[in-house]
Write a protein that binds this ligand. Structure first.
Ligand code: NAI
Ligand SMILES: O=C(O)/C=C/C=C(\O)C(=O)O
Length: 500
């Protein structure tokens, strides 16, 4: 199937979507959208300038100040969010095709991500509709109660590596609590997101609650996050970008929730079920074409099992089926865009220069006329100080480091600027318990590849982020707490100002 030819001419151009309608075609810069599997131009987006961003923020503000959404009962909002879930699932194939066309991710992994997008809306509808309040009676003459109110208008910035799953997470956590927002997806992956935004309106989301602006980060993104009319910023993406977004938001004293990069340690102890650890560490680094913040990109291996592990891991990596992302048998597709592919490949030269041994890969995959295909790459690093162990590469690039005992493994895992997740492979309970206690990361997965429990807090230590997504954590970020105290009857108030 060549989905490039399936986009109708009127679906090629992506514009802003403001107050429930596509923005009229204006003079904005046109930016080509390229299918990374074919390198063909499959559409363009018309970049929103500061003026158009202002219109989107104004629409979100109107919807917040005077629209029905923040004033609905949580059950009414829940009914609409459930309909969004249903409409997403009804349009699964269409969303899937657009997502594959924009990202180059294998169709099998995108299928899971469309389900995840639907689950995000369901999950946060449930969370918001079951929020419990608090009461206090320290002074028995009073009832003091705490209510949660929506915080306002959010700027939401989404990445390109799993656009539907991650943008929907930001949208759902924001609007479920009665807020309104302006979303800016990545300029590389606008088509699936535009369709999802349209579908949210088909499902009955009131106009102005979810507005969309498209464009590059330094143009549309910067205008949005520095706009004085927004009340908060939600961002998923790289740590450097997170730094500038937080600085821009900070100038207006706006809070941020940042889900950033990682260089997560996947630790293979000699007490592991080695076959399972090999399956899990392969998924950890090579799934989603290696483009995941939560990738297990630093694999630490206990020296006593290193030969066996490395031999099997390398053999299996070489056997990964690279190909057309629309083929259900494909295990790895192309990287998302040319500049990113070149950056990932540059780390092979860096690895060699710093004394690492490339066990496999380090070059473009052969046999393709077009597409940003890269071979699964494995480097045995000289040590954990190497740049390939310290910098987020964000591609199918595994950096291996050896260790002798559990204490050393934890020390290496922690010797990183990042702290998003860690994977622990061991059947020794004490080893797993100590590792999970001592590793400084937001999530520890023991004997399992990525497993997202959406209710639990998810986010990073250190440069991997600020704040957490999840039940109470999302509620804390996306609502204001209001304390009200009311006496049970007329109280005696000291009478001042009666003197003469
Ligand atoms: N989920 C994650 O953790 C992701 C991590 N990355 C990491 O970041 C590196 C750089 O990739 P990029 O494509 O440059 O990702 P990025 O983090 O710059 O892009 C993510 C989003 O931020 C927007 N953006 C960029 N600069 C902005 C600004 N100043 N203000 C507001 N919005 C802005 C982009 O347009 C996009 O929508 C990758 O190599 C990878 O290491 C990239 C994407 C996702
Ligand atoms: O599951 C989440 O909420 C976040 C996942 C983040 C990534 O997979 C990513 O950014 O790569």
């Amino acid at each position: 199937m060549n989905i490039a030819t399936r986009l109708a001419p009127d679906r090629r151009l992506v514009t802003s979507f403001i107050d429930g309608a596509a923005a009229a075609t204006g003079p904005g810069t046109l930016i080509e959208v390229i299918d990374p599997a074919t390198e063909q131009v499959v559409g363009e987006l018309r970049e929103a300038d500061a003026g158009e961003v202002g219109q989107a923020v104004a629409a979100a503000r109107r919807a917040f100040d005077t629209g029905p959404w923040p004033r609905m009962s949580s059950d009414e909002r829940k009914a609409i969010l459930y309909r969004i879930r249903d409409v997403i699932l009804q349009h699964r194939d269409e969303l899937l095709a657009l997502e594959v066309m924009n990202t180059g991710l294998p169709v099998a992994s995108v299928a899971w991500q469309v389900s995840r997008a639907a689950a995000n809306f369901e999950m946060f509808a449930d969370v918001a509709s079951t929020l419990a309040g608090q009461t206090f009676t320290q002074d028995p003459r009073y009832l003091t109660y705490v209510t949660r109110e929506p915080k306002g208008v959010a700027a939401l910035i989404a990445p390109w590596n799993a656009p539907l799953a991650l943008a929907s997470m930001r949208i759902a956590t924001c609007i479920a609590f009665g807020n309104t927002c302006v979303l800016k997806p990545s300029e590389y992956t606008p088509h699936s997101i535009l369709r999802m935004v349209e579908l949210c309106h088909v499902a009955g989301l009131p106009n102005g609650v979810l507005n969309l602006v498209n464009g590059r980060g330094h143009v549309t993104g910067e205008s949005l996050v520095s706009h004085p009319g927004i009340d908060m910023v939600g961002f998923t993406g790289g740590s450097e970008t997170g730094r500038s977004i937080m600085a821009a938001a900070g100038r207006n004293l706006k809070p941020c929730i940042l889900e950033l990069g990682g260089k997560s340690a996947s630790i293979v102890f000699d007490s592991a079920d080695l076959d399972q650890a090999i399956d899990g560490t392969l998924m950890g680094i090579f799934s989603n074409n290696g483009q995941q913040c939560l990738a297990g990109s630093r694999i630490l291996i206990q020296r006593s099992v290193a030969d066996r592990y490395i031999d099997a891991f390398t053999r299996r990596a070489r056997a990964i089926r690279i190909g057309n992302p629309l083929d259900p048998n494909t295990e790895m597709g192309p990287l998302a865009f040319r500049r990113h592919m070149e950056r990932v490949l540059s780390f092979a030269d860096i690895a060699r220069a710093e004394g690492g041994e490339i066990l496999t890969g380090g070059k473009r995959a052969e046999g393709f006329d077009a597409g940003y295909y890269v071979e699964p790459t494995i480097v045995l690093a000289k040590d954990n100080e190497a740049r390939v162990c310290q910098e987020e590469i964000f591609g199918p690039f595994a950096s291996l480091v050896l260790f002798d005992d559990p204490e050393e493994a934890v020390a290496i895992a922690n010797a990183s600027a990042f702290g998003l997740v860690s994977y622990v492979w061991s059947n020794d309970l004490a080893v797993t318990m100590k590792a999970s206690r001592d590793i400084r990361a937001g999530t520890i997965w023991v004997n399992t590849p990525m497993m997202r429990e959406l209710r639990a807090p998810f986010g990073g230590y250190k440069e991997s982020g600020i704040g957490r997504d999840g039940m109470s954590s999302s509620a804390d970020f996306f609502t204001e707490l209001k304390t009200t105290s009311i006496p049970y009857g007329r109280i005696a108030i000291p009478r001042i100002g009666l003197g003469g």
